[in-house]
Design a protein around this ligand. Structure first.
Ligand SMILES: Cc1cc2nc3c(=O)[nH]c(=O)nc-3n(C[C@H](O)[C@H](O)[C@H](O)COP(=O)(O)O)c2cc1C
Length: 204
């Protein structure tokens, strides 16, 4: 491969890393099956401990099902919110969170048409790391396809409820690890500032 192509590829990767944003507003068109397959292909090229490739994928494009999971996730979180008081930096953040969960219009999947859940069929020492790395590949590939994505950690408890696992075909020994919504971004979010890397030590 010529040097110019290598540099172009490198710029493409860095562009995706720096410009990808969590998208929380989606337009109607749903990604095609071909594009979804391309995203899954990118996902399975992630690094994987001991080459275990533990990931399995669930694609949900049934809006009624997503709505049902969203409602259940919200009530599970409401019931749980007081146990996690320490996670909130202040009282106003907690009130805001409670108000969001109480709002019937709030959908934890932001009305995206597609949810991809990266799961494993047996929980191992590195399966979570593998699945989240696959999720990052999937999100960068989606960016390259001009699609928006957002990880939905809020969905993890409901996706791991035993009846939902059965409904989705996740074995008892496995787990839903990384839920990611995908779709056409209605609005492109502004860049989010990041703290500079905090280097604890650099030993030579
Ligand atoms: C493990 C994980 C779980 C997340 N869960 C949610 C979620 O449930 N809902 C949500 O709106 N965003 C969720 N996010 C997105 C983050 O809020 C977002 O990545 C962060 O604010 C940084 O913004 P950026 O992705 O645009 O850089 C999650 C991100 C990660 C990595």
């Amino acid at each position: 491969m010529k040097m110019e192509h290598l540099l172009e590829d490198r710029r493409g990767v860095l562009d995706a890393i720096y410009r990808r944003r969590a998208v929380r507003a989606y337009a109607e068109p749903q990604p095609s099956d071909t594009v979804i397959r391309a995203l899954l292909e990118a996902a399975v090229h992630a690094p994987t401990a001991m080459h275990a490739e533990p990931w399995k994928f669930i694609v949900i494009q049934d809006r009624a099902m997503l709505k049902r999971y969203s409602e259940r996730a919200k009530s599970m979180m409401l019931a749980d919110v007081h146990r996690h008081v320490d996670h909130f930096p202040g009282r106003s953040e907690r009130q805001e969170h409670l108000a969001m969960l109480d709002d019937p219009a709030f959908n934890i999947f932001y009305d995206a048409s597609t949810l991809i859940v990266i799961c494993c069929d047996a929980v191992g020492r590195f399966t979570e790391a593998d699945c989240w790395l696959a999720a990052q590949n999937l999100m960068l590939a989606a960016y390259a396809e001009n699609l928006g994505t957002c990880c939905i950690g809020f969905a993890i408890p409901v996706l791991n409820a035993s009846d939902v696992k059965r409904e989705l075909g996740i074995p008892e020994s496995g787990a839903a690890v990384a839920p990611v919504i995908v779709g056409s971004a209605r609005t492109q979010p502004d860049p989010v500032a990041r703290k500079a890397p905090d280097i604890l030590c650099w030993l030579r």
